[in-house]
Design a protein around this ligand. Sequence first.
Ligand SMILES: O=C(O)CCC(=O)C(=O)O
Ligand SMILES: [Fe+2]
Length: 364
Amino acid sequence: MSTRFNSSNSLYDFVVRDGNGVKGIVDSGLLEVPERYIQPLHEQINKLDSRTHDVPPIDLSKLNGPEHDRVVDQIVSAAETLGFFQVVNHGMPVKLLESLKDAAHSFFTLPPEKKALYLTGLSPSPLIKYGTSFVPEKEKALEWKDYISMVYSNDEDALQYWPNQCKEVALEYLKLASKLVRDLVKILMGNLGVKLDESKIDGLLGMRMVNMNYYPACPNPDLTVGVGRHSDMGAITVLLQDGIGGLYVKVEEENDDTKGEWLEIPPIHGALVINIGDTLQILSNGKYKSAEHRVRTTNTQSRVSVPVFTLPNPTEVIVPLPEVVKKDGLARYREVIFQDYMKNFFGNAHAGKKSLDFATLKSA
Ligand SMILES: O=C(O)CCC(=O)C(=O)O
Ligand SMILES: [Fe+2]
């Protein structure tokens, strides 16, 4: 099939409204990146401009042995600087990780009309959404990415409504990732001298969502982005990436001559990527860094990634922890209700860490 797009509108309708996604463009035989996907120069990703982040993954099994304190230091230090690290021996069978990547490919290679069943308005549940780009209606240049997003409510609904191609593995992954995040949050809070009770942690990590991202092979990766610069809004994200690569993180530390540089997070077989989100940056009064990151596309193979986002419940109040504010002498962020934060986040195209401005106190 060869589809002609006479105008930017017909392309938009084909990709976004009708649910063909970027995959639909590629399958139509288009050999060039459509205008609508060409990023402004300053957003284009030059592969040669970045280094690989070559810090070895953190071995979480050592938390249970004599090296406990050293591993805690590694986690804390990564959260305070780059906001990104990789972990191994994380409690998830490597076989599950392999099945997840296969499941993502199975879903996205379905015919478009099968995927379109999960478009907003058609989906059997408002908690499941298939889509493309981030917020297409707000974006000048679209992102070269299709996704399915599944918010967890309970096992029964997940098994009833999530797509057959991925529901079982996605559910198991979400549960193991939630446990991992809870352990990490306790470690990070402990380092701040804060002991949160279990019900408070439940509130801060109460909304859980597993996404599957699909980045079709792109005819010209230099012109596009898979995902534009952003930080994640929740507490912690657990991310499985495949072997293709293309995930970049911006160095944020002050007084560091590498500040502003982009580091590629290399694929490591069996490892998971962990990144700090805006919620933890706010709670820790800026001590933990939500990392600005982006994704480059490739022209050789389609890439998949599978993040689990852990987010506060919508009604949860997010504010710097009093213990930390007391130590710091000032609060850097105002109190926000998480649903307001989320509304602002999804109300704008990706723009680096601008999402945090919503909560940042200008005088701090
Ligand atoms: O695909 C990736 O490696 C990262 C995706 C991402 O940043 C996101 O879904 O928020
Ligand atoms: Fe992200």
